[in-house]
Design a protein around this ligand. Structure first.
Ligand code: AMP
Length: 311
């Protein structure tokens, strides 16, 4: 793609999930952090994806990504192994979940090599994957991107903490779950955990809190973005990645990452996440229009709008 619009490059898992919720189940559900991120970000900017799949990855997944204009030159198809697989089961309240199985498959031997035209991307998102691979991608950038974001998870805090802390030290924005923020810092208070994480490097920090929304820590301010109260949450898988896609995709339009603009990015992230959880996989996020995105953005605005008052 030789387009002059800014691009966001994402590296992360491209996966086949097996999702079990209290009311339904889907085996062979197309997933992966980079997949959800790419579909969400594609509504805002050009997206380039780095990842690996096996020949078992459903063709539908590739077709859907292509239909959203995602550049797949950096997606390797390795005939020697199986696609990364994750199986998870949600709790009755749909907020918590347990990982039942993870099979790294082709990710075990993955050695990402960025296509030449990826190496000057202005925006980079290191979505959830082994931290050593996130570092490898960052090191292959010809020039330091304007903004680098990172996401991770409890597994890597447990088994690859040193690499994770190293990569955290090199990024501008970290997005992480509440429990993971506490696990990473051994703090039980979110504000203290946020302070400790920002001390590791990132100027901005987003703490994701599932159905309670997300908090942004930037400069000396804290901003709270709600999650939209929805009557029917079908599958929360990928909410965090869709959030990151809306958030980074919006900033990748060339928007300066000021406190105020990061707040707007938080709402676009929340909008995309809210669509994503209304269906399995990315079913309810893949055919949105600018109008539907904007009307839900306005809904978020009404949700938190109140008048200044004084007694
Ligand atoms: P989220 O719900 O935003 O945390 O993302 C869920 C997605 O993360 C699923 O589609 C999984 O395939 C993917 N995933 C689960 N475990 C891992 C892992 N250890 N590394 C990379 N991606 C993972």
């Amino acid at each position: 793609m030789s387009d002059t619009k800014p691009s966001v490059l994402v590296v992360g898992s491209v996966a086949v999930d097996w999702v079990i919720t209290p009311r339904a189940e889907r085996e062979e559900s197309i997933g992966g952090a980079a997949t959800f991120f790419s579909i969400a970000a594609s509504y805002f900017s050009n997206v380039r994806l780095v990842g690996v799949v096996g020949e078992d990855f459903p063709k539908q997944g590739l077709d859907d990504l292509r239909a959203r204009g995602v550049d797949l030159d950096g997606l390797e198809v390795n005939p020697e192994g199986k696609t990364f697989r994750w199986k998870g089961k949600y709790h009755e309240n749909m907020n918590g979940r347990d990982t039942l199985d993870t099979q790294l498959g082709v990710f075990e031997a993955f050695d990402p090599k960025l296509p030449a035209h990826y190496q000057d991307s202005d925006y980079l998102f290191l979505a959830n994957i082994v931290p050593a691979l996130q570092l490898k991608v960052l090191e292959q950038m010809k020039t330091r991107p304007k903004l680098v974001g990172l996401d991770s998870m409890n597994l890597w805090i447990d088994i690859a903490r040193d690499d994770l802390v190293k990569v955290i030290g090199k990024v501008d924005v970290l997005t992480i779950n509440e429990e993971e923020a506490m696990q990473l810092t051994s703090e039980h208070n979110l504000v203290k955990a946020a302070k400790a994480i920002r001390g590791m490097g990132p100027r901005s920090l987003v703490i994701k809190r599932g159905e309670y929304g997300a908090l942004l820590f930037h400069d000396d301010e804290i901003f709270s973005a709600p999650a939209l109260p929805l009557e029917d949450v079908v599958d929360p898988t990928g909410a965090g990645d869709s959030f990151a896609g809306g958030f980074m995709g919006y900033l990748a339009r060339g928007v300066e990452p000021t406190g105020q603009n990061l707040r707007t990015a938080m709402i676009y992230g929340s909008v995309l996440a809210s669509y994503n959880v209304e269906g399995f996989s990315y079913d309810t996020m893949k055919n949105l229009s600018v109008g539907t995105i904007q009307s839900r953005f306005d809904q978020f605005s009404r949700l938190t709008d109140f008048s200044k008052a004084a007694l």
